[in-house]
Design a protein. Sequence first.
Length: 261
Amino acid sequence: MTNQQHPWSRYVAIGDSFTEGIGDPEPESPGGSRGWADRVAEVLSGGSDDFAYANLAVRGKLIRQISHEQIQPALDLRPDLMTFSAGGNDVLRPGADPDEISARCEEAVQRLYRDGATIVLFTGADVGFSPVFRGIRGKVAIYNENLRAVAARYDCIVADLWSLREIQDPRLWAPDRLHLNALGHHTVARMVLDALNVQNSLEPQSPEPMPDTTWRAARTEDFAWAKDYLVPWVLRRVRHQSSGDNVLPKRPAAGPFLPSD
């Protein structure tokens, strides 16, 4: 039986921690994380007994690593739908050039485009709401404009995180402030399905109200965050290490999507 709501039967997701689903823990899911791509695959697989899904994304990867390690395996799976989200880890690095990053993105898209699959590209989120990452907002905006031009040249669908205002709410982010939480991933999944023009039953969800807090408590929380998350991240950069070292893709083969329950 074929799902009549969309034309795709084989979906492969490529990228870094955002696509892997970090920040949305689910012990029963492959790799221990769920994420927006799993949610999208679950919807796309509904009503079809021959829909296949693979997720090759690995946390911490730079765009050149994603291109080198994931593109050929993705093409080998012969998908008719691919999502490609990369460049976030590159933009975060001091001195990173958004024009160079987007040029690497275009090289990757050129390779993905050859087989005629539908390709979905992601803009970077508007980080103006975040005191920690507000300083790179301009770099993200430049990267996004270049990416939109790439999408136009290769007839890609754009999943626009920049204009997704809901995720500018800190309550949709995990404690590390780098990754979306379950609510954030759910919100992105809804946006991706909308970009694909696929009807679905995913409903908007509202985060719990922010608890009242004092200035002193907020600063204490900031110091704890820096100790637990920021300092280890900086040390990995200094040591040329990645959180994705020795981590394998959670769904390396295209197969039926099986809900965690």
